[in-house]
Design a protein around this ligand. Structure first.
Ligand SMILES: [Zn+2]
Ligand SMILES: [Zn+2]
Length: 167
C-alpha cells in the first residue's frame, strides 16, 4: 500500500494513518457536533499519535510518553501535553481507539483554541493539526490575524469563509 507523504510538521507522526475520527473528544468526552470547531490531533503543546518509535522527554509539566499499542506490532501510542489532561484513563482511551482503528482527537476547548469571551471554538485552530472525517489530517498555520469567534451571539464573532483547500 503506498501512502502519499504526510504534510504534518511533527516528525513524530511517522505513521501515515487514515483512521477515521473517534466518536468523542479524548479529554471531555463530547462529540464534535456538541462543541463545534475542528478535531485536533497535535499541537506543539499537546497531541496524540501512533508512532513506530517510542518517544519520551519533553518538558516536565508536559512530558512525552509512549505506550506500546499491543504485543503483535511494534507501534506506540505517543502522547504529550499537560499531565492533568493525560490521565491514565485518557491514555487508555487513546490506545483503545487506535486498536479499534480510530484516531483519537481532542476538541478546540480542550486544545485551548477557544474564544476568551464566551469559550466557543474560534474560527480557525491556529498551530494545530486537525483531522477530517476521512481520517486525513492537515495543518492550520499560525496567522497574524485574529480569526474571531464562531458563536454568532458573541461580540468577537466573525464571519469565516471555509478554509480554502489547495486542491
Ligand atoms: Zn474536549
Ligand atoms: Zn466568543
Amino acid at each position: 500500500m503506498s501512502d502519499e507523504a504526510t504534510n504534518l510538521p511533527y516528525e513524530s507522526t511517522s505513521e501515515n494513518l487514515k483512521y477515521p475520527p473517534a466518536e468523542k473528544c479524548i479529554f471531555c468526552n463530547k462529540k464534535i457536533e456538541e462543541i463545534g470547531g475542528s478535531r485536533i490531533i497535535a499541537q506543539k503543546l499537546r497531541g496524540v499519535i501512533l508512532s513506530t518509535k517510542p518517544q519520551s522527554g519533553g518538558k516536565k509539566d508536559t512530558p512525552r510518553q509512549s505506550y506500546k499499542l499491543d504485543d503483535k506490532t511494534d507501534r506506540y501510542v505517543v502522547v504529550w501535553g499537560e499531565k492533568e489532561l493525560w490521565t491514565a484513563s485518557a491514555i487508555e482511551r487513546a490506545r483503545n481507539e487506535f486498536l479499534s482503528k480510530h484516531s483519537p482527537w481532542y476538541c478546540q476547548i480542550c486544545g485551548a483554541r477557544k474564544c476568551s469571551k464566551c469559550n466557543s471554538p474560534i474560527n480557525y485552530p491556529m498551530g494545530s493539526d486537525i483531522l477530517d472525517e476521512d481520517g486525513y489530517s492537515s495543518h492550520c498555520a499560525i496567522f497574524p490575524v485574529n480569526p474571531g469567534c464562531s458563536n454568532k451571539e458573541c461580540e468577537e464573532y466573525k464571519e469565516w469563509k471555509t478554509h480554502q483547500k489547495d486542491s
